[in-house]
Each structure stands twice: as structure tokens, then as C-alpha cells.
Design a protein around this ligand. Structure first.
Ligand code: ZN
Ligand code: ZN
Length: 496
């Protein structure tokens, strides 16, 4: 494993004074600094995702051109009151927009697509995404009023497409949202595999299975480097199937006397379906609370992922139904102040209330940084005689990311020469790098946001570094963000 600090060259200078807000449409292009990718190499530059979990955005450079993979946000929670989300400042991209050939999206999670509508039109290049992610991106851009300008293309698993000098084959994976894809990125200097977020789930509940044949074929063909998900690289064993959460929820619902509320991520359509099936098995009807859940349900239904689930009950119908026959699926599993659960817990929701004898199930794990807000909700609920069940007490959640045994299985399939762990805090990346070396890779490099790694037939080398600037959305505008990015050490645990 490489000791990075000694290898780093001096960071280039990018000016001293920051503007108060980032212009939506700048007249003057910021001066380009940094390396130009050659014909015989691939440059990898993570702008986000390699210092904390969230705000994923990476660049691949080859033959003078750059390809962007993902553009996501990180939610700051208690770490930064008044700040909605933080994302990578794409100044390096803007400086060389004429050489940027496209943005390819691995999947529709906010930490992978949530920055697109904020950064548009500053990132005015064609966007490629799965049909499901395309619908999510289109929805957001439309709301932001910028859909008109956007060239948005849907791709299909297994169908290679060309973007500049990059030939991209999306390979179907499983995760905690429909249509996650790993990207085999082929160039004249070799192939890299950007896994995106993934796990191996034989029963994902909705959508595709991981394309094991394509992964094996890719491994046989030969892969120079694998940029792979590190979220659970410190966790032993193998990540369970969504089927376990489905069974766990059905068991948790059984015999409950009062209303049941389940809090989860709106984008987890398999979980939405699991809640519907567990409710049906217990003679209950499901009602959705929260704008993002209703929006996700609509997109999931258009995409055909809820064909076997009858329409959910409206709040109006639910107001005429006994609480013992209802399951409320709501947002707010991370303690978000404005989400349904938080308002219900404080008893200031306009339409919904919980009372003694009801149950609240957190069907999601706390993302690091959100623990205090979740604890506060729990405190409000238990004080009022409402039982709270978390994944620590019952198997009501399964992660969407690979644990150590799953990572080993992936390395056996792909057999990359070099490993570049991504999507994690520094300790996840370190643990992943050690594991990759034990799986037989020639070299594993731990990179941080801003590092420029050269990948070639002769090996990998850190050739440069840019300052990883960040932008924050304060609810109105993007402002330069200079606050801390990495949460306190004791809060660093595997998320989702
Ligand atoms: Zn992610
Ligand atoms: Zn994800």
C-alpha cells in the first residue's frame, strides 16, 4: 500500500479570494491549471466521496478529455445548522468544460445525483443515466426550471455506449434503489471498473439482479483498476438480502395493537414494497406521509416497480380508518427536522398524530452525524408511551453496501491489477486497501478528494493534487463552504 503524503507533489495555486456566491452562468472561464490526460494513461480525480461518505463526484481523464461520474450531495445534519447540503465545487471541471465529454450517473441516490440541479448549467455536458435515475434527475431539473437545456440520455445494462474517447458498459448491480450500475470504462489505455454502490442480493425485492456473467467476462477481459465502494469495508461477513428486511418487518408488525409508523429512505422502493407486503399480511393498509415518498412512489409506479402493489391509501381515506388497521410509511429516518416523523414526534404535524400504544420502526441505519437528531426523536416518542424499534433491536433493515466477504468475492470476479477504494471515510478506504492487497492486487492506493492518480500499464502514481473546494446550499443559494467535512471520529460508522 502506498504511503501517500511523501508522493504528493505541491498543490497548484488557485487564487486567494473566494466569491460570496457561485455564479450560475459565468462569463469568464476560470483559468485551467493541472495536468492534461495523455493517450497512454487514465487519470482519476475524486472531487468528493473519498474524505467522507456522500457528495460523490469523480473525474476520469484520457486522451485530452474528461468524463464525470456522479454529482451528489452530502447532508450535514447537526454538523452545520442552516446548511441543507454540501457538494464538490466543480471549478476544475469549469476550467476545462470544452474537454468534458459527459456526466455518467451510477444510480439515483442523492449522494450521487443530488448536486446536478444545483450545479446546472455550470456542468453543461450531456448526462447519461439509467431510465429510473433519468426520471429522478429530470424531475429535479424541471423543479429547478432548467430542464430545457439538458441533454439527458437513458442507458441500458449491458449496452456499451461511447462518450468521447471512453466506451462505457453499464453492468447491473443490486443496492438499495432500483437500477444501480457499475461502469466498465474502456479506453485505449486499458479498462477501469467504477463499481458505484452495490451489494450482491439474490432477492432484491424489485428490479434487476447483479449481472454476474458480465462481471466475470469483464474480469476475464482484464481490468487495470477497480474504483470500488468502501462503505462497509470494516464490517466482517456478507451483507444480507433485502428479503431479510421484508421478513423482519412482517414479524415486527405481527400482533401490534396500535398504529405502526415506519421511517425509511424514500428512494428504497424495495423497502416500500416490503412495508406494503408486511402490512397486507397483517390486515393493514399503508398510507404515505412526506413529499419525497409520494414523488418516489409516482416514479416507481411509472417505472413498473410497484405493479403488484395496489394504490396506497390517501390521508383523506386514512382519516376514516381505525389506526389499528394502518401502517404509516414516512420520511425522517435520519432525524431531519422538517420531515414527517420529526413533526409527528414533536406532535406538531397538521394531519397525523401518534399516541400511547403505537409503534415507530426505524427501517434505516443512522448516517454518521445524524445520531443526535435521531436520539431526540426517540426521546420525544418514548416519553409519550410510543414504542420505538431500530435495526439494533430487530432485523428491520439491511444495508445496501458490500461487507468484507462480498468485497473479496468481487475481487475474485474482477481481478483488477490495481485497487482504488472510494465511497468512504479514510478508515474505510484504508481497510478496503488492505483487504484488496490480501486479495492479490498489485497495488492499492488510498486517495483523498483532490488527488490526481495516474493509472497506466506500468502502475499507478499520484501525479498532482488540486484543492478540493466545496459549495453549500443554504436553502436559497450556493455559497463557498469552508466548514469541516469529516464528522467526529467516534461517529464514523458504516452508514445506510
Ligand atoms: Zn452512495
Ligand atoms: Zn447509493
Amino acid at each position: 500500500m502506498k504511503i501517500l503524503k511523501k508522493q504528493r507533489r505541491k498543490a497548484p495555486h488557485h487564487g486567494t479570494s473566494l466569491p460570496k456566491t457561485a455564479p450560475k452562468r459565468a462569463l469568464v472561464r476560470r483559468k485551467a491549471t493541472g495536468p492534461r490526460p495523455g493517450e497512454h494513461e487514465i487519470l482519476f480525480l475524486p472531487l468528493g466521496g473519498c474524505s467522507r461518505i456522500g457528495m460523490n463526484m469523480a473525474l476520469y481523464g484520457h486522451a485530452g478529455k474528461w468524463l464525470i461520474v456522479d454529482a451528489g450531495v452530502a447532508f450535514m445534519g447537526d454538523e452545520a445548522p442552516g446548511i441543507d447540503s454540501v457538494m464538490a465545487d466543480p471549478y476544475f471541471i469549469e476550467q476545462r468544460m470544452q474537454d468534458v465529454v459527459g456526466l455518467v450517473v451510477t444510480h439515483g441516490h442523492e449522494d450521487h445525483i443530488g448536486a446536478i440541479h444545483h450545479l446546472w448549467p455550470r456542468l453543461s455536458c450531456p448526462i447519461y443515466a439509467s431510465p429510473f435515475a433519468t426520471r429522478l434527475i429530470r424531475d429535479r431539473l424541471k423543479e429547478a426550471g432548467s430542464l430545457g437545456d439538458v441533454r439527458l440520455h437513458s442507458f441500458q445494462g449491458g449496452k456499451e455506449f461511447k462518450v468521447g474517447p471512453f466506451r462505457i458498459e453499464p453492468i447491473a448491480m443490486t443496492h438499495s434503489i432500483p437500477e444501480p450500475f457499475g461502469l466498465a470504462i474502456r479506453t485505449n489505455a486499458g479498462t477501469v471498473f467504477h463499481t458505484g454502490d452495490w451489494k450482491f442480493d439474490p432477492e432484491p425485492g424489485v428490479g434487476q439482479l447483479a449481472d454476474m456473467e458480465a462481471l466475470k467476462r469483464l474480469g476475464d477481459e482484464g481490468v487495470l483498476a477497480m474504483m470500488c465502494d468502501s462503505t462497509n469495508a470494516t464490517v466482517e461477513g456478507s451483507t444480507g438480502s433485502e428479503a431479510e428486511a421484508r421478513a423482519g418487518l412482517a414479524a415486527a408488525f405481527a400482533g401490534r395493537k396500535g398504529a405502526i409508523a415506519v421511517a425509511g429512505f424514500a428512494s428504497n422502493i424495495a423497502r416500500m414494497k416490503a412495508v406494503a407486503l408486511a402490512a397486507k399480511a397483517n390486515d393493514r393498509k399503508v398510507v404515505l406521509a412526506g413529499r419525497s415518498l409520494l414523488r418516489m412512489e409516482a416514479i416507481a409506479r411509472v417505472s413498473g416497480y410497484l405493479d403488484d402493489i395496489p394504490p396506497f391509501m390517501s390521508l383523506e381515506e386514512a382519516s376514516w380508518t381505525d389506526r389499528r388497521n394502518l401502517v404509516l410509511l414516512c420520511t425522517g429516518s435520519q432525524g431531519e427536522e422538517r420531515a414527517a416523523l420529526s413533526r409527528i414526534a414533536r406532535d406538531d404535524h397538521r394531519e397525523l398524530w401518534l399516541e400511547r400504544g403505537d409503534t415507530v420502526i426505524f427501517s434505516a441505519r443512522a448516517i454518521p452525524g445524524n445520531e443526535a437528531a435521531i436520539d431526540e426523536i426517540r426521546h420525544h416518542l418514548t416519553k409519550r408511551g410510543i414504542e420505538v424499534i431500530t435495526p439494533a433491536e430487530a432485523p428491520v433493515h439491511v444495508s445496501g453496501h458490500p461487507r468484507r466477504e462480498d468485497l473479496q468475492r468481487m475481487y475474485r470476479l474482477i481481478r483488477p491489477r490495481f485497487a482504488v477504494p472510494v465511497h468512504g471515510m479514510p478508515e474505510h478506504l484504508e481497510a478496503h486497501a488492505s483487504l484488496a492487497l490480501s486479495c492479490g492486487v498489485e497495488d492499492a492506493t488510498v486517495v483523498s478528494d483532490g488527488d490526481i492518480l495516474r493509472v497506466g500499464l506500468d502502475g499507478t502514481e499520484l501525479v498532482d493534487r488540486i484543492k478540493p473546494r466545496r459549495l453549500a446550499f443554504d436553502g436559497r443559494a450556493l455559497i463557498p463552504w469552508t466548514g469541516p467535512i469529516v464528522p467526529e471520529a467516534e461517529e464514523r460508522k458504516a452508514a445506510e
